[in-house]
Design a protein around this ligand. Sequence first.
Ligand code: SF4
Length: 287
Amino acid sequence: MTYENTIKYDKELHKNLKIHCEKCLGFCCVALYFSASEGFPTDKDAGKPCINLQPDFKCAVHKNLRQKGLKGCTAYDCFGAGQKVAQVTYGGQDWIKNTETSKQMFDVFLIMRQLHEMLWYLAEAFRMQYDETIQEKIRDMIDETVRLTNLDADSLIKLDLVVHRHNVNKLLLKTSELARGKARGGKKATLKHRKTIAGRLNFIGADLRKVNLIGEDLSGALLIAANLRDVDLSGTDLIGADLRDADISGANLTNSIFITQVQINAAKGNSNTRLPISLVRPAHWDK
Ligand code: SF4
């Protein structure tokens, strides 16, 4: 693939993974289980519409979510799965009028969200990969995942995502290993012997301003309310890390590995926080 075609492919892929609420039918406000303790309106069962969802699928309190303490809603990102289910899988039919298929629509949304999340990580891996053989394998996996997203509803429901996820993960791990090694410039990782909770590195509330995190593996790490002010997170693997209320003001995440919009939305940053080109600065940071 030529350089120009690689850029075009990469842009197109990322474009389809951006949320487009106007083209969705409020799936995330219905299909998901909510816990009030995680910043959602109230505890809510999966499949039950949120009390703030209006008949036109818009949120009645959209402009004031943060002020009303609904942080969970502002952090959520479906990676474009909502509009795909609404417009492609079901061709614009809505779940209010089609009560007999509504349950299936919500189940399909949850599956599509997983596929789109995998696509997001694969797209990031494709972008940062320098090894042509691995990049080719990533591209094949992207094409296969896109094919799955285009299946009809019945086939999507029957999908076994475990094997597919396992194969995706192998490519992500390889990409992370290469990218972290490059960022460390041959030096060894230093965080291996830190304390963990259920196998996850525990940095809850920790002051990490003086820790060198370049090229470290913080995948799945608990960084809740950690102080990462002005920290350089270049080549740091942040896949699945919990960044809720972590202070990333002034931090450099330009070349962080596998950071998502959900994590950025949940963290506290400012105008000096440097983000990867695939992510946007949350509006609530400037308030
Ligand atoms: S408060 Fe608004 S954004 Fe949050 S779940 Fe309810 S309708 Fe959706």
